[in-house]
Design a protein around this ligand. Sequence first.
Ligand code: SAH
Ligand code: SF4
Length: 416
Amino acid sequence: MISGRAVQGEPTRAFVAGDEMSVTLDLAAVKTAAPKKQSMIGMNRDELKAALAELGLPEKQIRMRVSQLWNWLYVNGVSDFDQMLNIAKGLRERLKDKFTLNRPEIVSEQVSSDGTRKWLFRFTDPEQPNMPPVDVETVYIPEEDRGTLCVSSQVGCTLTCTFCHTGTQKLVRNLTAGEIVSQVLMARERLGDFPGGTRPTDGVVPKEGMRAVTNVVMMGMGEPLYNYDHVKNAMLLMSDGDGISLSKRRITLSTSGVVPQIGKIGEETGVMLAISLHAVRDELRDELVPINKKWPIKDLLEACRNYPGVSNAKRITFEYVMLKGVNDSIADAKELVRLLDGIPAKINLIPFNPWPGSQYECSSWAQIEKFADVVNIAGYASPVRTPRGRDIFAACGQLKSETERLKKKDRDALAS
Ligand code: SAH
Ligand code: SF4
């Protein structure tokens, strides 16, 4: 068992305990032999400025250097200081002494028959190189007119939504802004999105002339609003017009309903919002999405009504997983429409993706269609999300890292 609570904004470290015998790993006591370097990936302009000032660069040079570094990191996606040709060798060496541009290791890359791609990335924290690494799943879903990257914000999750595979894995730790942005950089590199890159020949990507990654959804592992600062910083980096340059309209944060943070993330980032609703009565939502006990449907919908910038042009997406005999009745569909009345909304009906040991079944196609009809008649268009990447276990809600297994191995290695 792995335990550890997410403290908002603070990276959480792992506490590992055996099943029968409680073994607490005192990570502070682990010797840190490898040199500590800071990762430059994930730094914003202020952090880059501070980093260069610390290296002793004269004030008048800093601005120019920040903009050069910014370009190398986020426009060209370089992973080695020596590729930064307009930065003198001496300065490159000084940068190398203090910072890394390390990318995660690619543990696996799988391509589904429908072109969906799933990566398992292994991150080592450069500031704590003796900490066990963590594994993170990122999924790429190509379509003719877009390529959507589904990004993780945490390893595991503190929440325990009963239909979600990630929910069976306790939180290991929050990902840093650098680790969140690295998922985008890695995908762009693998898909040939950086200048001079080449598109892969296997799998489908959007038509020629388009970027491979056009959209990002924070719908991978974890609850993004329980890792607020890092997720916010990462989304600001993704949407920076001189960097990765994804439109805020093409970045979506999905939350199970951390009500106090919803308005704040909207104000501070301007990204699109998706809500994992899944039930229209508190009694059922308490069971499916237990955070509902803290912030019930009424409070959640109030936060949606007040979401900064919400309008018909900037609608909130409500996600609704179709569970046979649980939440899929016509009465539920009618109540859904009634509840959302007055909120500029899109509804995404998600066929439940089963995973080994899951206690639910997906609603029948006929029932999904009947449910969708009610929603359609109320004015919501094409609401059923086609499951993608099922053959590589990459569909929504199926992500679960290898970290639990690794933990045992790492624990043994550290103990020996
Ligand atoms: N924690 C956030 C984001 C990650 S989950 C959230 O809950 O919104 C991304 C989406 O996948 C959510 O809507 C979630 O409810 C849905 N999901 C989880 N497990 C699923 C499953 N087995 N089948 C279909 N959708 C699932
Ligand atoms: Fe966590 Fe979202 Fe899964 Fe719920 S649905 S357990 S909040 S990842």
